[in-house]
Design a protein around this ligand. Structure first.
Ligand SMILES: *[C@@H]1O[C@H](CO)[C@@H](O)[C@H](O)[C@H]1NC(C)=O
Ligand SMILES: *[C@@H]1O[C@H](CO)[C@@H](O)[C@H](O)[C@H]1NC(C)=O
Ligand SMILES: *[C@@H]1O[C@H](CO)[C@@H](O)[C@H](O)[C@H]1NC(C)=O
Ligand SMILES: *[C@@H]1O[C@H](CO)[C@@H](O)[C@H](O)[C@H]1NC(C)=O
Ligand SMILES: *[C@@H]1O[C@H](CO)[C@@H](O)[C@H](O)[C@H]1NC(C)=O
Ligand SMILES: *[C@@H]1O[C@H](CO)[C@@H](O)[C@H](O)[C@H]1NC(C)=O
Ligand SMILES: *[C@@H]1O[C@H](CO)[C@@H](O)[C@H](O)[C@H]1NC(C)=O
Length: 394
């Protein structure tokens, strides 16, 4: 037993011990260790297998083989045709003079490691070892929940994944192009409404990819589009519209001056449709004309805008009367203007007469070297006279 000793019980020693027991080697027969010229220890290429698949362990034999076994670490799976393993996933595929093959179905991570095929010939033992590597597809195991935050908050999203080999984790915002983060953590300081949306976490390794999404909502107070005044003819339908941008969506309130308006199916209807609220007047009457205020409210604040519902006159028989009455007003106004114009004209004429007789003078006046001034005065007078005649027609 000098080879192994009692204390240094390495894996190799365990294997050799197992084999000794198994093959009932005569105690006196020396067991060669690795490097011994008479033994033959071969290392095969690693076998890579995906979790859940089946792996075949193949080992060549020979006509001089007396005993043969497949071992998982130090425990015997198969000794010749005898199954020692209690694991139902392990089974014999082939055992003949050429090869000794077993298979492990539904491979799991715990199956990863070294497997040894030990062969005893009449002259010497021979081992062949193979390393089984089990790959696992990535799986996202800890992901941030969908969240809603207020604009300006600092946001951290996280995405943890496992898998073999270790997966690479990245984040991106679906509505924009390009990566946002190449890390498990995605930090967004002082978030803006533009960065709201669906964030996608991707975990990828050689085997496959796992993708999950997180919905990030950014709340902000309402802002309203400036209201547009609306002109409506009496008896027609008038619609005032109010548009608000807000998250969560705004609730709307309509006011006429300080009085809140509610649905009154006979005359008005308030209808909210997401971002837009409409105030509809069926059959607009005189009292409906006025100034209306729309207030948009959510939990973060409010905003308002005012608009006027004003009258539009159509040339119907009733509106013609109104048109006539307003013409009368215009006439009164014109007469007042005429009076003041007359006063002004009189003073201009008086002034002109006192400074320049040439205006009223005969042909000799043309030669007095002041024709330019005379021409101006003449045309001014003519204009005033024409204007007066025109105005006095009313
Ligand atoms: C086999 O896998 C082991 C463990 O992963 C590694 O150390 C070794 O380099 C691999 N050998 C080959 C030949 O790939
Ligand atoms: C191999 O040994 C490991 C460790 O004892 C065990 O977890 C695994 O299930 C074994 N695999 C097979 C196929 O026997
Ligand atoms: C996910 O991560 C958070 C924060 O690190 C931790 O509190 C939580 O226990 C984790 N959940 C799971 C299922 O691992
Ligand atoms: C966000 O982070 C910055 C810098 O770390 C800090 O100064 C600020 O107070 C944080 N804001 C909030 C709302 O926590
Ligand atoms: C509209 O209102 C006027 C007066 O308020 C009423 O006479 C008329 O019948 C109404 N028209 C309709 C279609 O309701
Ligand atoms: C309408 O009412 C609002 C709020 O009372 C006021 O600010 C606005 O000037 C008013 N508009 C008109 C045209 O009177
Ligand atoms: C409308 O908004 C102004 C400020 O923009 C505010 O002073 C006013 O009180 C608001 N009016 C209503 C009815 O909410």
């Amino acid at each position: 037993m000098g080879v192994c000793g009692y204390f240094a019980v390495s894996r190799k020693c365990l294997v050799v011990l197992s084999l000794r027991l198994l093959f009932l080697l005569p105690a006196g027969l020396p067991v060669r260790s690795q490097g011994d010229s008479q033994s033959d220890n071969k290392v095969m290429d690693n076998i890579t297998v995906r979790q859940g698949e089946t792996v075949f362990l193949r080992c060549s034999q020979g006509d001089v083989v007396t005993h043969t076994a497949w071992l998982n670490r130090s425990s015997i799976l198969y000794a010749g045709e005898d199954k020692w393993s209690v694991d139902p996933r392990v089974s014999l595929v082939v055992l003949n003079e050429e090869e000794f093959t077993i298979k492990i179905e539904n491979v799991d991570i715990s199956d990863e490691g070294q497997y040894i095929c030990a062969v005893q010939t009449r002259s010497r033992p021979r081992t062949t070892s193979v390393h089984v590597i089990v790959q696992v597809p990535p799986k996202i195991i800890n992901l941030s929940k969908d969240i809603a935050v207020n604009e300006g908050s600092n946001v951290t999203l996280m995405c943890f994944a496992n898998g073999k080999p270790e997966p690479t984790v990245t984040w991106k915002l679906l509505s924009s192009t390009g990566l946002v983060s190449e890390d498990e953590y995605l930090e967004i300081p002082s978030i803006t409404r533009q960065r709201a949306g669906t964030y996608e976490c991707t975990a990828i390794n050689e085997v496959s990819t796992d993708v999950q999404t997180v919905e990030l909502t950014v709340n902000y107070p309402p802002s309203v589009t400036e209201g547009r005044d609306v002109g409506v003819t009496l008896g027609q339908t008038g619609v005032l519209q109010c548009e608000a941008d807000a998250v969560p969506a705004a609730d709307f309130e309509w006011y006429r001056d300080d009085r809140r308006l509610f649905n009154d199916l006979d005359s008005i209807e308030i209808e909210d449709n997401g971002k837009i609220s409409t105030l509809t007047f069926y059959n607009v009457s005189e009292v409906d004309y006025g100034n209306y205020t729309c207030v948009a409210i959510n939990k973060l604040g409010s905003a308002n805008t005012s608009m006027v519902l004003y009258e539009v006159i159509e040339p119907t028989s009733s509106t013609l009367l109104q048109a006539l009455s307003s013409t009368t007003e215009k006439t009164v106004f014109t007469e007042e203007m005429t009076t003041s114009l007359l006063d002004m004209t009189t003073s201009v004429i008086e002034k002109t007469a006192s400074t320049d007789y040439a205006i009223w003078g005969g042909p000799g006046a043309v030669q007095d070297g002041n024709s330019g001034t005379m021409g101006t005065h003449t045309s001014t007078c003519l204009l005033i006279i024409i204007g007066l005649q025109f105005l006095l027609k009313f």
